[in-house]
Design a protein around this ligand. Structure first.
Ligand code: FAD
Length: 380
């Protein structure tokens, strides 16, 4: 539901593209994703459906930021895990190679990645450094002739269990500079172990990656990624993407709640006829409309090229906070059925927890806003 008509801002052709994606994910992804989510399994057949509609390369699609954001929201509306697969793949893998890669890296990987015929992983977080990773990277790269030797450990890496390569952020032992290195997963010394039993994003395969003196050619270093500011530029854009995911989560919440409240009867009446239920629905719709409107302003800033980290941090923290609040209302609205994944609300409820934590936690993004407001950094 788009009470404020944000999608009406799209040009006719873009609106058609949005409807094409909505139809695809509602028909072929939403219900089908539940079993995979329950089993913590990666749905290759569902990803093939997304690939068939160009969603492996939405990052490079010639379209407005608003359309791209609304596409990410539509995918999240159907399944938040798969929207994380599409989002991380596009924002942080395709986007990173496109922006920082060499001509050879682009030619080798972008055609396969955008067709979802290859997968990469964005590997920044480490076991001992999450929120403080900016100054905390312990993984190292040392040059020996025409090779780099990469050592270290990465944690939580999305698609890390099966990706063809990982983009490893590591410190050059000689210069002390942070850089990004494309490390193929079949190189000796590279190992990835699945992180099991997550309560959310269960379709997304996250890995602990260990690098034991992995040798790569010097040509595998990404020439454009030369310091943490490079990573920060990407993370600023991907925080905005998480804001769109939160919008999709609220769309899903409203869809599920409206449908349930319209059918379920108690005290001889449909839930939808009770005032308190209508209040919950109105609050969810209000949270959704507020965030949709905020995200369309973020898209306008992206269009002008003047998005700042404070904007992205505020959008991410606000949208995920309200998505979490909405999911809690939705979960309660479904009563006991709200804790069973088959009824979808429990799945959204759990997935939203991850939106709250990844791409900079809620707290860290709030502190970025606090620093901009006060001029005082409370976290470094
Ligand atoms: C499902 C999932 C997928 C992910 N995918 C990826 C990926 O693909 N690639 C990747 O590189 N990373 C990924 N991450 C990692 C993610 O970005 C980190 O989990 C996140 O940055 C938080 O780090 P942490 O988990 O180590 O928590 P910590 O940094 O240990 O934080 C613990 C708590 O302390 C709070 N805290 C920390 N410092 C402060 C402070 N100064 N003031 C106030 N509160 C503070 C945090 O907000 C949090 O509540 C993923 C994480 C998850 C859960």
């Amino acid at each position: 539901m788009d009470l404020l008509g944000v999608a009406q801002q799209l040009r006719a052709q873009e609106h058609e593209r949005l409807l094409e994606v909505r139809e695809l994910v509602q028909d072929k992804i939403r219900r089908q994703s539940i079993d995979y989510w329950n089993r913590e399994e990666f749905p290759e057949d569902l990803v093939a459906q997304l690939a068939g509609h160009g969603l492996g390369g939405v990052q490079l699609e010639d379209c407005s930021h608003l359309l791209r954001g609304l596409i990410h929201a539509e995918i999240a509306r159907a399944d938040i895990s798969l929207s994380s697969v599409v989002g991380i793949h596009n924002e942080l893998v395709v986007g990173m190679i496109h922006e920082f890669g060499s001509a050879q890296q682009k030619a080798q990987w972008l055609p396969k990645l955008t067709a979802f015929e290859a997968f990469g992983a964005f590997a920044l977080t480490e076991p001992e450094h999450g929120s403080d990773i900016a100054g905390g990277v312990q993984s190292t790269a040392r040059r020996y002739g025409d090779e780099y030797v990469i050592s270290g450990a990465k944690r939580w890496i999305g698609m890390g269990t099966f990706s063809d390569f990982a983009l490893i952020w590591a410190k050059d032992e000689d210069s002390g500079e942070l850089g990004a290195y494309l490390v193929e997963s079949d190189r000796p010394g590279y190992s990835a172990t699945k992180i099991e039993h997550k309560i959310g994003l269960r379709i997304m395969q996250n890995a602990d990656i260990t690098l034991e003196r992995v040798r790569i050619p010097v040509a595998n270093k990404l020439p454009g990624a030369t310091c943490f500011a490079s990573a920060n530029g990407l993370l600023m854009q991907s925080r905005a993407w998480v804001g769109w995911q939160a919008v999709g989560a609220m769309m899903a919440t409203l869809d599920i709640c409206l449908s349930y409240a319209g059918k379920r009867q108690q005290f001889g009446q449909r839930l939808a006829s009770f005032q308190l239920i209508q209040q919950s629905l109105a609050e969810i719709a209000g949270n959704l409309s507020l965030c949709l409107s905020m995200m369309s302003d973020i898209a306008r800033k992206q269009e002008r090229g003047d998005l700042q980290m404070v904007d992205a941090a505020m959008a991410k923290s606000t949208a995920t906070r309200l998505a979490r609040e909405s999911a809690a209302l939705g979960r309660a609205l479904l009563g006991g059925n709200g804790v069973v994944s088959d009824f979808e609300m429990a799945k959204v409820f759990c997935d939203v927890e991850i939106l709250h934590t990844y791409e900079g936690t809620y707290e860290i993004n709030s502190l970025i806003v606090g620093r901009a407001l006060t001029g005082i950094s409370a976290f470094v």
